[in-house]
Design a protein around this ligand. Structure first.
Ligand code: FE
Ligand code: FE
Ligand code: ZN
Length: 278
């Protein structure tokens, strides 16, 4: 059974979001922990979360993915912004304990002229200050397209962050198909080779989630513009190989394509029909 969902809005509550997932034929979903361009979060409504958990259980949802706000930068040159990233993510992880056993994904950050090495140190420091041995959430670094000074543009940079984290068993990777393609990894023609490299440098067991997106731009463009499934430069055949790959087919897939609910529903149906793995 393919575990697939899309990014959904939690602004009307968790249970409403769960119902949206059912409407589009999803059996998992991704949501923002709070406003993606802000840092304010509503107080947790325990009844609403309980209703949501019931929907997930009754419908055999796979692992859920919570995405940190985009604006956070754990390796900003400004200590106040680093502190904001740390405090916000620490609060998100505390809130995630209401949904134990799931995933929390963030963009490692942008080093803005400080150099990737300095960025990697600061990101690892932040993780070492917020990860707790008793937390029930796995924290994922997202593979980045390498736009501007983004850290996490290569498997080496992601491995270097995890290397410096003390609680490594709390860490994993979310592979974004648009980002790695834009970052120069040829997942269209060389998927096996890219996954070999991932395994050699990071370890395939760290791969916990896939952001399944097509890309508006060619491989190596470092742009990060998502496209609808099958309408971009990656194309439907390559994306179908991704969902069916023996090393990937068991993972949860999350669409972040430019769609409203009906578009997501069509893509989920298309991909379910193309899923041939067990
Ligand atoms: Fe992301
Ligand atoms: Fe993504
Ligand atoms: Zn993106």
């Amino acid at each position: 059974m393919l575990t697939i969902g899309s990014h959904l809005s939690v602004s009307k509550g968790y249970a409403a979001m769960g119902k949206d997932a059912l409407k589009i034929g999803a059996n998992t979903l991704q949501f923002f922990s709070r406003n993606p361009r802000g840092t304010k979060a509503k107080a947790i409504d325990e009844k609403d979360v309980a209703a949501f958990r019931q929907i997930c259980e009754e419908n055999h949802f796979g692992t859920l993915l919570c995405h940190a706000p985009y604006i956070l930068n754990a390796c900003s040159a400004d200590p106040a912004l680093r502190e904001l990233a740390r405090d916000t993510m620490a609060d998100d992880l505390a809130r995630m304990e209401y949904l134990p056993g799931n995933l929390y994904n963030f963009h490692p950050g942008s080093h803005v002229k400080q150099g990737a090495e300095a960025g990697i140190e600061m990101i690892a420091d932040m993780l070492n200050s917020i990860l707790k041995p008793d937390q029930h959430t796995t924290v994922l670094l997202e593979t980045m397209a390498g736009k501007g000074s983004e850290v996490g543009r290569s498997f080496e940079e992601l491995a270097a962050i995890i290397d410096r984290v003390e609680l490594k068993d709390k860490m994993g990777i979310c592979l974004d198909t648009c980002h790695v393609h834009d970052g120069g990894y040829d997942i269209i023609n060389q998927l096996d080779h890219v996954l070999d490299e991932f395994d050699r440098i990071i370890g395939i067991e760290r791969l916990k989630a896939i952001h399944l997106n097509d890309s508006k731009n060619p491989c190596g463009s470092h742009k990060d513009r998502h496209e609808k499934i099958g309408e971009g430069c990656i194309g439907i055949e390559a994306l179908v190989r991704v969902i069916n790959h023996p090393l990937l087919c068991h993972l949860p897939f999350y669409l972040e394509t430019p769609n409203e609910l009906p578009g997501y529903a069509r893509e989920i149906e298309l991909l379910r029909n193309a899923y041939t793995a067990e």
